[in-house]
Design a protein around this ligand. Sequence first.
Ligand SMILES: O=C(O)Cc1cc(O)ccc1O
Ligand SMILES: [Fe+2]
Length: 479
Amino acid sequence: MKRTNRTPAKSSDAKVVKSSETIFNEVFPEDYNYQSGFGNEFATEDPRCPGALPPRGQNNPQRCAYGLYAEQLSGTAFTAPRESNERVWLYRIRPSAVHQPFKPIQSGPTNFTADFNAEPPNPNQLRWLPFVVPSLDERRLDFVESLATLCGAGDPKTRYGAAIHVYACNASMKDRAMYNSDGDFLLVPQQGELLITTEMGKLQVRPREICVIQQGIRFSVEVTGPSRGYILEVWGNHFVLPGLGPIGANGLANPRDFLTPVAWYEDRDLSAESAGYEIISKYQGALFVAKQHHSPFDVVAWHGNYAPYKYDLANFVVVNSVSVDHMDPSIFTVLTCPGAKAGTALCDFVIFPPRWGVAEKTFRPPYYHRNCMSEFMGLIYGNYEAKEEGFLPGGATLHSMMTPHGPDADCFEKASTAELAPQRVAAGTMSFMFESSLSLAVTAWANRICQRLDANYYKCWQGLKKNFTGPKTASSGGK
Ligand SMILES: O=C(O)Cc1cc(O)ccc1O
Ligand SMILES: [Fe+2]
């Protein structure tokens, strides 16, 4: 039975802690209600207030049903082409404008930044050990308080760039919501489920699922235990599904498998004497907080195509070579945030899901390469085929522009001599890559403060032997 949208999932019935192949095939128990389809024009009312949406034909009735206010949230310029125009109409108890002035946050995260010019450049291969989630006895940290930035490039002010953050928290956000004035968040939970309340309704996001919360949308995160994950933030564009070209009309992440919440509201007024409700705005890379005396989750009905969504990576339909050769990882693109140059992403979100490897006469793991894009990788569970050791769930790697990388010595030895039978690849694992056309700069937190940078990473390639057999000699029949 579906849970109503008023009853959050209990931690016990939805926890995903398995690490074997079963995790990939397991169907998650149903959580909240959702509407399905990527980028649809949705229309939804909380069932407690039927008729809360204006009758078709207009967005701004002189008086809205139930005494609601109409408010538009624009995700693109008013004049953006119709095919990429995104906006939502919210019918809410109070307009969002009802809040006290914003002030710089006092007790915010200290390593959350949009300054990518503070550290000297570093072209090395980088690997981080799993980021640490503090225990509750040590320090109570909610999602916002735990945000820390690893790398990024660009500037939210000029509306072009991206940042990669991690969260590692152990407590729920209480009477506080956040919104990002700078761009969109793509959340990749690695440990612990997230119960996310948004202005458009509720989402439950478990490791193996991902979620996008676009610019401006207020959200609050509840956790049920230690919780860790990766965040890709993009400035200047929204995520879309990649074009399929000759693949045809179906495959990779199918639009139907993206789930958007149904309307849910709370009519919650806090007394003037109470601490009130905190609205945190990330604005030009800094955090600000404003007080108000009511819950921001007061949207009774909404319609439009600008709304958060989640996607279960287990639904990804893998397409690959069935003859020879290792294909470029763009075949595994789930979502792409287009950049200024045609066909070149500001940042792609790519996964390496369980699949069959069948290529003949082929060195099957990733090839050795140098890339004009930046490659940030994270591991949700299991291990990664090109590096079975050292790259751990909750950790990360960064292979910057033109930085050479590829399989470690162990992987090369095994794959060069392996029998090429059909083989299950990446069974029981889920790794991903944020691949960006930006040259990502690493923060002081990532370099030193987090104390997770693994100085030994470069060693994984040092054991690669010289196998060159030399030119053919005359006596052996060569020229
Ligand atoms: O470097 C990596 O591990 C990611 C990657 C995987 C792949 O299959 C091909 C190219 C590539 O960059
Ligand atoms: Fe790579």
